[in-house]
Design a protein around this ligand. Sequence first.
Ligand code: KG4
Ligand code: ZN
Length: 341
Amino acid sequence: MSEKEIKILAIESSCDETAAAVVVNGRDVRSNTISTQIPLHTLYGGVVPEIASRKHTERINQVIATALEEAGETLDDMDAIAVTYGPGLVGALLVGVAEAKAIAFAKHLPLIGVHHIEGHISANYIENKELEPPFLCLVVSGGHTHLVRVKDYGDYEILGRTVDDAAGEAFDKVARAIGLGYPGGPKIEKKALEGDANAIPFPKAKVADHPYDFSFSGLKSAVLNYINGAKMKGEEVNEADIAASFQKAVVDALVDHAMMAVDEFGCDKFAIAGGVASNGAFREAMRAACEKKGVKFYHPSPILCTDNAAMIGAAGYYDYLNGRRDGWDLNAVPNLKLGER
Ligand code: KG4
Ligand code: ZN
């Protein structure tokens, strides 16, 4: 008996990417259209919320039309509409939510609000068809650093999170400090290739009494102090060494936390997700640490690490199977917590 195909049109607009995708049965991505606003926000050194909302409004219809066309589908072929409704920038989220509601209402389709972090985690299902919960996942992006126990589809336990800056945010701030520009992650990664990761011993912050939590603002301050100290002494700084040493400090902290969770929960699968998960040094360090412990390591391709709608379609499918449906009162929730409904 062949499985019925559930086709989901997914929409993502929580930050600076306007995205739509057609995903079949959660793991088969028929199209994944992303219109990035990064060049626009680069002018200002970071995301400007008002500009993000306006650009989402201008682009969303075309992005959806392209996603449907590339998939060879029409709205009439869809079984549900999934949309990111939080967390994120409220004005940006609202554009996607309003669009999804309008389409679902007009086409009499079920509407499913998806948590953005659940989307990032679910990006791992797309290229790893065999991956199923339970597993551990480290979600590292510009807005989040969460160590999560994925107990089942839609069932999450947050073991730890950042108490200050997110890992990606630290990359962005340090990149700005050494004049590399926005977004910092890919630029630091490239610069770090020319540097010595052991040149500067930056601190690996721990959070007292909360071993699974992260703190990156101390590390960021240590980098800024190092730069200012050198300036005051009239010394040249080696940007490549700063980038490599900073990246190593972040990666070491992430890997340490991840392996602590592996030891405590004895899980044999570990996945990473979010923009920072596209970092090569981080992937390699995780791969090596997982291999040592006999843990299978998963990560999405870079295009599925940063914001996209395919991951929202993957998460939306399991929400759909779990019977989750939203009403016409679905609203954007900028500080939505994982597992909250
Ligand atoms: O997942 P994402 O696109 O958006 C959020 O949900 O936040 O992540 C964007 C973040 C930015 O902070 C960016 O600097 C970081 O991910 N990032 C990276 C890399 N590529 C993107 N950080 C480190 N290395 C990279 N290669
Ligand atoms: Zn994201």
